[in-house]
Design a protein around this ligand. Structure first.
Ligand SMILES: Cc1ncc(COP(=O)(O)O)c(C=O)c1O
Length: 306
């Protein structure tokens, strides 16, 4: 076996560590004429898909003059968006305040602190909705000190995917993609990528995945019926909805480690489970999903699987 290496040019810009993720082919037991592939979104600054949205939110706010000159970026998050903001802002030398539910994992709390974010904790009983309310209240009280990024309502979130993820998938599949499958969190990934893919080819089917109930273990996903849809969500976009059970996602973590050589987070595994289901329903096609992050932040959750 020969190994060829094409080095990425040395660059000091933050932008060169956002997006442009590889598309990993995935094996499956369905029809041989259906392909499945997944974007390895953890290969970005901060280690998750949220690098795209965070970078675009920061860039747009700076271009509008709303961030910089001592103003802090402020947002509510329980995980990846906070890590992405913190990674990007520490490179840019800009300050960050996060509102986080108190039951966020210890791994995440350590990461926020290590990356220099100021963190304020809100009640675990109010989930990220409580964190959002507290962030909004602080921004309203001190607008001169804070730029409230509000990832759930900020169009820069979905535009990041509209302008990068979708075009990358289109090029990497040579325009052959037939289905895009993704879980809904802030819905930025699904909304932005789906909207652009539909423009490139209206026949592409957009499949939205959700947890099967309000209580679930798919971190990063929302159950829209109980949690309410974020402002950036577009109800007209999805051609199909599928529910994924947490147990099925966890089984898929184990299976993907053994068969694909990747250690997936619960939401990445849930996306893979959904993509396989779509592949099984079709005779041919090219099903594409995303792996938002890998297993490295979920040690306590997945250790019993192996
Ligand atoms: C692990 C994980 N999976 C999935 C998602 C959902 O992505 P989006 O917010 O773009 O819907 C997120 C979002 O934070 C996430 O952190």
């Amino acid at each position: 076996m020969s190994v060829s290496v094409s080095p990425t040019p040395y660059s000091t810009s933050v932008e060169s560590f956002i997006g442009n993720t590889p598309l990993l082919p995935i094996s499956h037991s369905g029809s041989r004429s259906v392909k499945i592939a997944a974007k390895l979104e953890w290969q970005q600054l901060g280690g998750s898909v949220k690098a795209r949205a965070a970078y675009r939110i920061i860039r747009d706010a700076m271009n509008r003059g709303e961030l910089g000159n001592g103003r802090r970026l402020l947002d509510a998050t329980s995980g990846n968006t906070g890590i992405a903001y913190a990674s990007i802002l520490s490179r840019l030398g800009l300050p960050l305040t996060l509102f986080v539910p108190e039951n966020a994992s210890e791994e995440r709390k350590t990461l926020f602190k290590a990356l220099g974010a100021e963190v304020r904790y809100t009640s675990k009983y109010e989930s990220t909705e409580g964190s959002q309310e507290a962030a909004r209240d602080l921004a309203d009280a001190h607008p001169e000190h804070y730029f409230y990024a509000d990832q759930y309502s900020n169009p820069s979130n979905w535009k990041a995917h509209y302008e990068s993820t979708a075009d990358e998938i289109w090029k990497q599949t040579n325009g052959q993609i037939t289905h895009f499958v993704a879980g809904l969190g802030t819905t930025g990934t699904f909304t932005g990528t789906g909207r652009r893919l539909k423009e490139l080819n209206p026949d592409i089917q957009l499949v939205a995945l959700q947890p099967d109930g309000a209580l679930h273990g798919l971190e990063g996903w929302k159950h829209l019926e109980s949690a309410g849809a974020p402002a950036i969500y577009d109800y007209r976009l999805a051609d199909q909805f599928l529910n994924v059970r947490t147990e099925d996602a966890y089984q898929t973590i184990r299976q993907a480690a053994q068969d694909e050589g990747v250690m997936l987070s619960p939401s990445s595994a849930a996306n893979l489970f959904g993509a396989r289901q779509v592949a099984a329903e079709n005779r041919d096609g090219f099903v594409v999903t995303v792996f938002p992050d890998d297993a490295s932040k979920y040690g306590t959750v997945i250790k019993d699987l192996f």
